[in-house]
Design a protein around this ligand. Structure first.
Ligand code: ADP
Ligand code: MG
Length: 238
């Protein structure tokens, strides 16, 4: 069974067609990267999967269940944004436990979950700090910690490394990749960066003007691009 199935999905804003008849089947445990130039519809697609935006047509299935009418909090997903979206007045620990607090998870269980993700993400020493006392990379680790404690069926990442400097970006790519391998998560990861797509993905969906141009493993996309756009965008050899 696919972890995520997108079928015949379209989205229009007034007379602007942003997504055109998208179909994608993503298997459990896959690291799928949606890559394409700015404005091609990546965030819109991710937001529709998350339930933050509604499709004009088509269906979204998560874990075999059609979720078109399911609110975001009940979709069994966790999302990580470029802007971190941490609560500034809360400590790192409180940011991570906020969701569990709301669901009245017992304190001991919360502590165990925080200890676990803090170790995975190497943020054990930061738990008492406020977001303003963290570097960009540390903030993004905390945002990932908050997603990880939810243990969702599906992780959605929207350009999580775009605000980081080049060196840290490379380190974090490897870290997210290792994390994926260790916990066996299903991840849909949006980026405009071809190198990020090539180094992180098990499969890449290359998008252009609201359409998926090719959906295949990195090696195939690079060596056998489906069309001229994909070849140029991925920098394939002529
Ligand atoms: P990407 O994430 O690939 O950069 P987006 O999904 O953010 O692209 O945007 C795709 C297109 O949809 C762009 O042309 C953008 O201007 C347009 N768009 C996004 N959100 C809205 C909105 N709320 N109203 C109108 N147009 C929008
Ligand atoms: Mg975007």
């Amino acid at each position: 069974m696919a972890a995520l199935s997108i079928r015949a999905l379209s989205k229009r804003y007034a007379n602007l067609e942003v997504l055109k008849d998208i179909a994608l089947d993503i298997e459990s445990g896959e690291f799928t990267v949606l890559v394409g130039p700015s404005g091609c519809g990546k965030s819109t697609l991710l937001n529709i999967v998350a339930g933050l935006d509604r499709p004009s047509a088509g269906t979204i299935e998560i874990g075999g269940r059609v979720v078109n009418d399911v609110p975001p909090k009940d979709r069994d997903i966790a999302m990580v944004f470029q802007s971190y979206a941490l609560y500034p007045s809360m400590t790192v620990r409180q940011n991570i436990t906020f969701g569990m607090e709301c669901r009245h998870v017992p304190k001991a269980e919360q502590d165990a979950a925080v200890a676990n993700v803090a170790k995975l993400l190497q943020i054990e020493t930061l738990l008492g700090r406020k977001p303003s006392q963290l570097s960009g990379g540390q903030r993004q680790r905390v945002a990932m910690g908050r997603a990880l404690v939810r243990d969702p069926l599906l992780f959605l990442f929207d350009e999580p490394l775009s605000n980081l400097d080049a060196k840290l970006r490379v380190e974090m790519r490897m870290e997210i990749k290792r994390l994926h391998q260790r916990i066996g998560a299903t991840i849909v990861y949006v980026t405009h960066d071809q190198i990020e797509a090539m180094t992180m993905a098990t499969r890449i969906a290359v998008m252009h003007q609201g359409c998926v141009q090719q959906f295949a493993d990195p090696d195939t996309v690079y060596r056998y691009p489906a069309n001229l756009f994909v070849a140029r965008f991925m920098g394939s050899p002529p």
